[in-house]
Write a protein that binds this ligand. Structure first.
Ligand SMILES: Nc1ncnc2c1ncn2[C@@H]1O[C@H](COP(=O)(O)OP(=O)(O)O)[C@@H](O)[C@H]1O
Ligand SMILES: N[C@@H](CCOP(=O)(O)O)C(=O)O
Length: 322
């Protein structure tokens, strides 16, 4: 986050007394993240993360907590929801739904190497594979119709040429909506700041609160756009590394390979728009983070023009084509 909701030590002591996780020793607000309020909490028994959910409702949250528990059972390094004495993993604190998770070790990497890209490609494929038969009844809230709504909100703040560019991309995406591509549980926001590493080894996948059921390839595109672009410039070698690693566990179908350039554009558009929305309508918070929308404008333009195809390696360097 950002700390949107402040908590006091007496509130925390009382909250933790409902668990068997020891007594609170110290706590501090976490500055990273964008949606929820998070605190690191150290107790006499270990290190935890307390999350106060700022927008997901108490109806929606059990689906996410159940998904995290499922991923943990399948050995994915995700935060595990902790249960209170009554076996509840979701409680209330300061009027907000709240949950406690084990604290994962590691730090996020700001500038991923080829090896980091391979690691994340493998983990994303593992995530998609271990949820193959998992029913997750959450729709993608950031779909094409959401993109149109955001454009109507931010349009007045944009230059005429940017509005035209987004309109044109929206028209292209509407005409090329993927059908019959494999679907399943997608993380939908597997950016560098949601992944932890210890000595080059991936140690944590965080922030599953955008997860939904959608096209698996969209998840690959969202992930690759963040990990494989250096400050908005496509790094073709990194794209190839991530995709090859992903395909070593879940080979893409011919139809997915055809749609790859389209979904890279869809993913870039989605995050350009959400960053514009956060820029135009910042949320109140004690510590807030602004992410640069122009990075995704640059990525989208490169995918539209495929400028990187002139390099020796191209990001469509797939093993076979349809
Ligand atoms: N279980 C965890 N273990 C370690 N760090 C965590 C954990 N959960 C959250 N964090 C830290 O908190 C930050 C924000 O968490 P995140 O879930 O991304 O928040 P938001 O939903 O607000 O975007 C992360 O970048 C990470 O530094
Ligand atoms: N990873 C995103 C931030 C999360 O996006 P949201 O719109 O789902 O809150 C970014 O870097 O823009």
């Amino acid at each position: 986050m950002s700390v949107f909701t402040r908590i006091t030590r007496p509130q925390l002591d009382q909250f933790f007394s409902a668990y068997t996780l020891g007594e609170v020793v110290s706590f501090e607000g976490i500055t990273d993240g964008i949606d929820n309020t998070n605190y690191f909490v150290t107790t006499t028994q270990g290190s935890f993360v307390l999350t106060l959910f700022e927008s997901l409702t108490a109806d929606e949250l059990p689906h996410f907590l159940k998904l995290l528990a499922h991923l943990g059972e399948n050995n994915l390094p995700c935060p595990r929801p902790q249960s209170d004495r009554q076996a509840n993993s979701l409680r209330q604190l300061n009027g907000k739904p709240a949950a406690v998770f084990n604290r994962l070790s590691g730090t996020a990497t700001a500038i991923p190497s080829i090896l980091h890209c391979q690691e994340i490609g493998l983990q994303l494929a593992s995530l998609h594979r271990c949820t193959e038969d998992y029913v997750f009844p959450i729709k993608n809230g950031n779909d094409l119709s959401w993109c149109k709504t955001v454009l109507s909100k931010v349009g007045a703040h944009l230059s005429a040429s940017d509005r035209e560019l987004i309109d044109d991309e929206l028209a292209f995406q509407s005409e090329n909506t993927p059908v019959n591509l494999p679907r399943g549980v997608i993380h939908a926001d597997l950016f560098r700041d949601n992944v932890l590493f210890v000595d080059g080894q991936l140690s944590g996948l965080l922030d599953f609160y955008s997860a939904c059921t959608d096209t698996l390839l969209l998840d690959v595109a969202i992930t690759a756009n963040d990990w494989c672009c250096d400050n908005g410039t496509v790094n073709a070698e990194k794209f190839t590394a991530l995709l090859s690693a992903y395909e070593s566990l879940r080979p893409l179908e011919p139809l997915e390979k055809q749609h790859w350039p389209i979904l890279l554009r869809a993913a870039a558009l989605r995050f350009w728009l959400s960053r514009l929305e956060h820029q135009c309508y910042p949320r109140p918070g004690e510590i807030t983070q602004q992410k640069d929308p122009l990075v995704f404008r640059r990525i989208l333009l490169q995918h539209r023009q495929q400028t990187y195809l002139s390099s020796n390696v191209n990001i469509f360097n797939l093993r076979s084509t349809a």
